[in-house]
Write a new protein. Structure first.
Length: 106
């Protein structure tokens, strides 16, 4: 059995207008994730106090295969294509071997 697979993504947005557009795109994407992705265990988007043009995502998948299925979904492909117009920088950190407290942990 595959172990869970996670990542943290930090998105820096151009300005407040870009942040609004990005947030709308995220909300639309999240609808597809909730409706069609049982292997996506957590897809959490954070705003950062005192940094209105920063968003931090925490994503946890049942397996690497569930992450790959997420990436192949039409709503995710649309997000990946359209997000660039809002961004100045993206940083991705992949995670493995989670431990701690949480109902999604092995």
């Amino acid at each position: 059995m595959s172990s869970t697979f996670g990542l943290i993504v930090r998105f820096e947005l151009r300005d407040d207008v870009a942040a609004s557009g990005f947030d709308r795109l995220v909300a639309e994407t999240r609808e597809g994730i909730v409706a069609t992705e049982p292997g996506t265990l957590a897809y959490v988007v954070h705003e950062v106090p005192d940094e209105p043009t920063l968003r931090v995502f925490y994503e946890l998948y049942a397996s690497k295969e569930a992450f790959e299925a997420h990436e192949a979904r039409p709503h995710t492909k649309r997000f990946l294509e359209e997000r660039e117009q809002y961004l100045t920088d993206t940083q991705v950190t992949f995670l493995s071997n989670p431990s701690g407290k949480g109902s999604m942990l092995p």
